[in-house]
Design a protein. Structure first.
Length: 113
């Protein structure tokens, strides 16, 4: 028996796109809000919000560790690299979700399942 999943609507695509892009400015808050509001009613939005939330938590942990590593000077190199990776990967995720695809961030800790 195969369960058929319907493609996401245009509204779902737009919300997922904004959720991913929102992480570049507002950290994990847009993803958390969308996940809390939509986790029980929309599988696509729940999945993408959870993915964005996991990624933003991973970015925050990486920035925290880089902040500690400033004391041995490597943090000064890591902080802008992490910031740039966040921007680029959020844009790639937004483009992917605007097409209705599911996106999986690389190097992400899957803390929320």
């Amino acid at each position: 028996m195969t369960v058929e999943i319907s493609p996401p609507s245009n509204d779902d695509k737009n919300i997922a796109t904004i959720t991913h892009l929102g992480g570049t400015i507002f950290l994990f808050f847009p993803a958390l809000i969308v996940w809390i509001l939509k986790k029980d009613e929309n599988a696509y939005l729940s999945d993408q919000a959870k993915e964005a939330l996991n990624f933003q938590i991973t970015v925050m942990l990486a920035q925290f560790i880089a902040g500690i590593l400033v004391f041995i000077l490597i943090g000064f190199i890591l902080i802008p690299i992490i910031w740039l990776a966040n921007i680029v990967l959020c844009i790639v995720a937004a483009i992917s979700t605007s097409k209705g695809e599911t996106y999986r961030y690389p190097f992400t800790l899957r803390l929320i399942n």
